[in-house]
Structures are given as structure tokens and as C-alpha cells.
Ligand binder design. Structure first.
Ligand code: PEP
Ligand code: MN
Length: 359
């Protein structure tokens, strides 16, 4: 039977009609899938292989058209997969740290210093607390620059067990004393859940380091206290994993979370890590939390601290973190990339000038 040109046109119209009906049915199906998704709790495994097997068997039982059974299975598996993604999207939007249901920025007040309000700040200080004199020298220089947030590691997460591990609680006491004398607030890393409570007497912000971004017990412990948490991005963590780590803290009740981009591991060897600068606007778009950029651990290079810090401010970071040591040459950790006091003063001068140009 030959079909005329007009006949083909008519058949094609029919195909288009059927396509539209299929589209309508797919959308109708998607609405039902979403409804089911809303009734499943977040975290519940949404893929149900038994249910999927039953659905496929039911379809094959009724199938008697020209398609191979495997083709029918393939087509429907794609539909099932797309539905699952729809449910996952819905849940992603439902994260507590997500901007979706919380459009306002989270603003964190640390003894009067505000992070996340649009005023860009600085968190500076030595890599590790080594002595009172060392911290005091940095604290004084910071005060002279009008800064208020001092960092310093008392518990150091070192790659080698033979490297300096930090002064522990003693280090926190030194940091607190020097900070109090200069009117500064303390940001310091805590490595284990047991130390979170103990640290509260000495720190104003609990730092969770890159190596602990997925230490879920530590995240939960930090989520149960009443002090802000600065959470660093894991060495090889995706942005999604980073956001989920923050969700661990937030979902325990602590809403004062500062995210810190500190570079990720890539194949590039010119810098210590690759500063993922675009993570800043992505994190600010996806979450309502403030975002800090650590230029020391990302670049690992003194000559890149200033340009990286400028990039951070220009792209909308809420604060810049960098390391300062009175005598970097003899520092017990990160000796190569800490600024000395003179370099710090110069860095701050250039940053203030740059901030003026941005405004
Ligand atoms: C730090 O800030 O002291 C530190 C160890 O950084 P990170 O966890 O990002 O490596
Ligand atoms: Mn360091």
C-alpha cells in the first residue's frame, strides 16, 4: 500500500498528537511522583528496586506491540530514572542550609564583628599557636590594623604523625589570653567531638578543618553547641558534599555556620591546592550561609595571597582568611606561606585600598 504525500502529512500530525498526549501523561505522572516524594522523609532511600521490578513485570505482561521487550524496559527505565531525579531535586531544595526556603542571608555576630552582612572582613593569625610571645605579636599587629578575628591552631591536623601536633588545650589558653588582651575574638580548630565542649571556654568560633569535613560525629557535636562554626571544604570535596556537611551541623540546631573555601586537590602542582573561586558565588547562591576564602591553604604561595584575596572580595566572599607569623622562617607549620608582620601590614594596606575601589 502506498501512502500519498497528503497521507504522510496526516500520519505525521497523528504522531505529533500522540507525542503531545505522551508529554501530558509524563507530566501528570511526574506530579504524582513528586507527591510521593514529598511524603517520603529526607534521607529515606528513594530508589525501590522491588517496586521497580513489579512495575516492569506488569508492563511486560501487557506488552504485545511491535517493540522488543528489552526496548520497552529501556524506555521505562529512563522514565523511572527521571522520576527519581525529580524527587532528589525536591529534597535538595529542602535542605535547611538551602536558600530555597530561606532567602535571607545568615548573619553571624562574633562579639560585635558581623560576618555575612555585606561588610567584608578578615580572619588572620598564625597557622599554629607556638608560644604566647608569637601569638601576642600577631594579635597586636591585628589590633593596630583594626581587625578583630584571630585564628590559630592549637590542635593541628598534620599529614604526618611526626609533625608538630599543636599545643592542645594549652595552645587555646595562650590564644585566649593574647586575644583578650587585644580585644580580639578567637577562631580555632577542634579535631575531635570530645574536645568541642572543652574548647567553648576559649574559642569564639569553632573551626572544623578540611580533613574533618566529613567527620560526622564532629559535625554533629559542633551542631549541638551555641558558638559559630567555621567549616572548611574537604580536600577533595564537591560543593554538594560541602553543603551536606554544613547540613549536618545545622540540622543539630546550630545555625551559625561559616563556609570556608580553601582550595581543592587537582592535578595542578603550581599551587598547593586549586582555589575554586567560583565555589564562592555558587555557595552563596545555593545556601544562605556566609562564605570565607582561605588564601593561605589554597594557594600555598605568598606571592599569590594578595591577588587571590582580591579575587575573593571581588567575587563576593564575606571574609578572607590568611596566616601571619612574626618569624615564618622558624614556624613549626606552613613556614613557606605565612606572612611576617611587615608583609601582613602591606597586605592589609593593599586590601583596604582594593576594598575602596570595589565600593
Ligand atoms: C588551618 O586552617 O589551620 C588548616 C589546617 O587548614 P585546612 O583544614 O583547610 O587544611
Ligand atoms: Mn596552616
Amino acid at each position: 500500500m502506498s501512502v500519498t504525500k497528503a497521507g504522510i502529512k496526516e500520519l505525521r500530525h497523528k504522531i505529533d498528537d500522540i507525542n503531545l498526549q505522551l508529554l501530558e501523561l509524563l507530566n501528570e505522572r511526574a506530579e504524582i511522583v513528586k507527591e510521593i516524594g514529598r511524603n517520603k522523609k529526607a534521607g529515606v532511600n528513594r530508589f525501590d528496586p522491588v517496586r521497580e521490578r513489579e512495575s516492569l513485570d506488569m508492563l511486560l505482561k501487557h506488552h504485545n506491540g511491535p517493540f522488543e521487550s528489552s526496548t520497552i524496559v529501556h524506555i521505562f527505565k529512563e522514565i523511572f530514572k527521571a522520576s527519581l531525579e525529580l524527587q532528589e531535586d525536591d529534597h535538595r531544595k529542602a535542605l535547611l542550609v538551602s536558600r530555597k526556603d530561606h532567602p535571607e542571608d545568615t548573619v553571624i555576630n562574633i562579639n560585635g564583628t558581623v560576618i555575612g552582612s555585606g561588610v567584608q572582613n578578615f580572619i588572620m593569625g598564625p597557622c599554629a599557636v607556638e608560644s604566647y610571645e608569637q601569638v601576642k605579636a600577631v594579635a597586636k599587629a591585628m589590633k593596630d590594623q583594626g581587625l578583630t578575628l584571630i585564628r590559630g591552631g592549637a590542635f593541628k591536623p598534620r599529614t604526618s604523625p611526626y609533625d608538630f601536633q599543636g599545643l592542645g588545650l594549652e595552645g587555646l589558653k595562650i590564644l585566649r589570653k593574647a586575644a583578650d588582651e587585644e580585644g580580639l575574638s578567637v577562631v580555632s580548630e577542634i579535631l575531635s567531638p570530645e574536645d568541642v565542649e572543652k574548647a567553648l571556654d576559649y574559642v569564639d568560633v569553632i573551626q572544623i578543618g578540611a580533613r574533618n569535613m566529613q567527620n560526622f560525629e564532629l559535625l554533629k557535636a559542633a551542631g549541638r553547641v551555641n558558638k559559630p562554626v567555621l567549616l572548611k571544604r574537604g580536600l577533595s570535596a564537591t560543593i554538594e558534599e560541602f553543603i551536606h556537611a554544613a547540613e549536618y551541623i545545622y540540622s543539630e540546631g546550630n545555625k551559625a555556620i561559616i563556609l570556608c573555601e580553601r582550595g581543592i586537590r587537582t592535578y595542578e602542582k603550581a599551587t598547593r591546592n586549586t582555589l575554586d573561586i567560583s565555589a564562592v558565588p555558587i555557595l552563596k547562591k545555593e545556601t544562605h550561609l556566609p562564605v570565607v576564602v582561605d588564601v593561605t591553604h589554597s594557594t600555598g604561595r605568598k606571592d599569590l595571597l594578595l591577588p587571590a584575596a582580591k579575587a575573593a572580595l571581588a567575587i563576593g566572599a564575606d571574609a578572607v582568611m590568611a596566616e601571619v607569623h612574626p618569624d615564618p622562617a622558624v614556624a613549626l607549620s606552613d613556614s613557606a606561606q605565612q606572612m611576617n608582620i611587615g608583609e601582613f601590614n602591606e597586605f592589609m594596606e593593599k586590601m583596604i585600598e582594593f576594598k575602596g575601589r570595589l565600593a
